[in-house]
Structures are given as C-alpha cells and as structure tokens.
Design a protein around this ligand. Structure first.
Ligand SMILES: Nc1ncnc2c1ncn2[C@@H]1O[C@H](COP(=O)(O)OP(=O)(O)O)[C@@H](O)[C@H]1O
Ligand SMILES: [Mg+2]
Length: 380
C-alpha cells in the first residue's frame, strides 16, 4: 500500500505530547537531524523539556492549549500513551498526528487492546473482562488460578496488577488494584519474555529490530538483550506477528510488541506500546538507525532507515533505588570503555523510577549484559 504523503523536512517543528525520557531521546534524535521540538505536559523542567526548543505546560485535557500547541508545530506525536484521545483528535484537526489517535485509543486500555488482538487472530493469554467485583468470581472459575488481575486503563511498570493464586484471594486482589474495571488473564508460566520493536512508515514500509530478550525484576524491565534467536522459526514468527499488528492497526511510527515465550516454544502477545519502548533503548547506541530516529522518520513521512545492529549490545535500566545511599559513582561505572551512560535529567530519584540506563557492547549479547550489569554494580 502506498500513500502520497508530503514529507515534513528538517527545519520543521515536531510536537511531542508527553515529556519523559522517551520524548527526550526522540527530541535528541530529531534535533540531530535539524528539526525543532516542542513538548507539552503538565510539568516543567522535564526530561524532554530540557532538550526541547520549547516546553509547553498544560493539562492533556486542556483542548485549547493542545490546539494552540498543534498550531505552532508541523506534526504531532506522543511519547506517553495515556494522553486522552480527545487531545489527539483536537491536534489532528490542525496537523498530522502520527500514529493516529485511534491507535492510542486501542492501546491505552488493556481490554480494548486484548479484544483487538483477539479479533485479528493474534495469540494472547486467555482473558476476560471484569466489570465489577461480582464478575471476578465467574472469571476466576473459567480462567482458573493462578491468574493476573490488571486494571483496564493506566497500567505501566507492573502498576495496577496483581497475581491471584487462589479464588479466596479475590477480595484482596480486587481492592489492591483499586476496585476498578479490569481484565483477568491466565498466569503464563513463561520460559522467557521477548519483544519486537517494529516501525511502519507513512508509505506502509515495515522495519523491525529483531527479537530482544527482556528480563524483568519486580515487574519492571531490568535487562534487554537484542538479537536473540528463538528456537525453530520462533523469531520469524514473532516478527510476522509484529508486522501483522502494525498493519492491522494502521500504525505510522514505532510500536513495540511484548511477548511471552511459553515452555513449548509458543508465542503469546502480552501487550503493545504504540511508541519507542524501553526494550529498544539499546538501538540509540547500537543500531544504524535508532528507534527514536525511526520514529522521527515515520512521523515526518521520510524513508525508514536500517535497523541493523552495529555490534552485540545489551541494556540495563537504572532505577531510583540506586540513589538510596547518595549519588551513584558514575566514573566507576565508566571504567569499562564499552559502557555508555544515559541519564534522563529527573530531579528526584524515587524508588522504582526509571532514571537512566546503561548500554554496553560485548563479544555477544550475554557478554554485553554482563558488562552492563557489572557497570551498574560499580555504581553503588
Ligand atoms: N499473564 C501473565 N503471566 C505471567 N506474568 C505476567 C502476566 N502478565 C504480566 N506478567 C508479568 O508482569 C510484567 C508486566 O506486565 P505487563 O502486562 O507488561 O504490564 P506493564 O504495563 O506494567 O508493563 C510482564 O512483563 C510479566 O513479567
Ligand atoms: Mg509490559
């Protein structure tokens, strides 16, 4: 499918809804190519604002502010998928919004996302809509235990979800997620978790960063190793699913598909992120064209670039917990010349907060992961 879309060329201004680290790295990639960047969020001095040409401060539901912002830029994208759809629609009346608001609408709610995946025939864990406390018992009877109860909206980094080991835990679980509309899904005793960061251009071109293995700690991503080969044709299958998803949702931009790999080698889609993703941060240093530059290119209707891995790499996250005993020892981490440090400029280091990451190179992915983990150890 080819569509005639006028490219937005360097010198133009790109607007980012949201102001965290994803917007920061997008802005760095965009500025490197000669674009100007504006960011809008309710906060000031933000990770994106620090590197943007202009930081707008407004609530996402202030549609007049969103329209004012859109008028000042040439295209709008987002780095935070919980922006209200009305904001994307308001911007879309004035400027191209990529990906389009409907992609946001589908992916910002787990129930809609899983329903869309199932509708298109993509494999997921068994799930059910849990409207209220009463519906949870029936869902538990059908799905069985263990199961995972997740809020339908606004979940990230393991927030808004809890594991139910036995039906007797239903009350506690329902309260713990805030007694709100939810999805109950079967607990998957996975062999590992992987993701595919995919990109689709305005002309329908497809690109992907291969299969990345992701190791989590307390439900938060800890280590990512790109370029893993799944047994059999698992890797090709994961990429085929990712391609099917970006095409089915008509995405223009980067979208990450998180998978569970089951013990028999099967793939289940866990969730989608309609933007650059933490598991693709390695690409900022290790790929010919990073996921952030790829997002710039897609948003600007330019040709996508090569996703080739320059050399084996791995990424580890730096969470706020590392600041517990004072400022981490940055120079110790950089003792290894194959280690690269990324900090997001967040003023306050709260436990569990993503403050930065380390990318390391190595002889292979595991060697790079060992180097990245060792560098993080030296921070303490
Ligand atoms: N059904 C499940 N079975 C087993 N583990 C799960 C399940 N759902 C989530 N998890 C674990 O919790 C992590 C975070 O859950 P996820 O649904 O991806 O939410 P978030 O939006 O917080 O990333 C997953 O990466 C996985 O490690
Ligand atoms: Mg996730």
């Amino acid at each position: 499918m080819t569509r005639q879309t006028v490219p937005i060329l360097p010198g133009a201004t790109l607007g980012v809804l949201g102001s965290g680290q994803l917007g920061r790295m997008f802005a760095i990639a965009a500025r490197r190519m000669g674009y100007r960047v504006h960011t809008l969020s309710p906060d000031t001095g933000t990770p994106t604002g620090q590197v943007a040409d202009r930081e707008w401060v407004a609530d996402y539901d202030d549609l007049d502010a969103i329209a004012g912002f859109a008028r000042e830029v040439d295209a709008v994208t987002f780095e935070f998928e919980n922006v209200p759809v009305a904001a994307a629609e308001s911007a879309a009346r004035l400027r191209p919004v990529r990906p389009r608001g409907e992609v946001l609408h589908t992916t910002q709610n787990r129930l809609r996302e899983k329903t869309a995946l199932a509708h298109h025939g993509f494999p997921t864990a068994a799930f059910e809509h849990v409207r209220d406390r009463g519906a949870l018992d029936g869902a538990l009877a059908r799905i069985g235990t263990p199961a995972v109860l997740k809020t339908a909206g606004f979940g990230y980094d393991g927030k808004g979800q809890t594991v139910i080991r036995e039906p007797s835990e239903a009350d506690e679980a329902w309260q713990s997620i805030g007694a709100t509309e939810a999805v109950l899904e079967a607990f998957i005793d996975f062999e590992r978790e992987v993701s595919v960061v995919a990109a689709r251009g305005a002309d329908g071109a497809f690109a992907h960063y291969g299969v990345t293995e992701n190791r989590h700690r307390d439900h938060v991503l800890d280590v990512s190793i790109p370029g893993v080969q799944l047994p059999g044709n698992g890797s090709e299958e994961a990429v085929t699913i990712a391609r099917g998803i970006v095409e089915a949702l008509d995405v223009v931009g980067v979208l990450c598909v998180e998978f569970f790999v089951t013990r028999d080698g099967g793939l289940l889609v866990n969730e989608l992120a309609p933007r650059p993703h933490n598991s693709g941060h390695f690409s900022f240093d290790a790929s010919v064209v990073s996921q952030f530059e790829q997002q710039v290119r897609a948003v600007c209707a330019l040709p996508l670039g090569s996703t080739g891995l320059l050399r084996p790499a791995a990424m580890v996250n730096l969470l706020g917990d590392l600041w517990q005993d004072g400022e981490p020892d940055w120079s110790a981490a950089l003792d290894d010349p194959l280690v690269k440090l990324h900090l997001y400029g967040k003023a306050e280091a709260r436990a569990g907060r993503k403050m930065g990451h380390i990318t390391a190179f190595g002889d292979d992915g595991e060697d790079a992961a060992r180097r990245a983990l060792a560098a993080r150890e030296r921070l303490r």
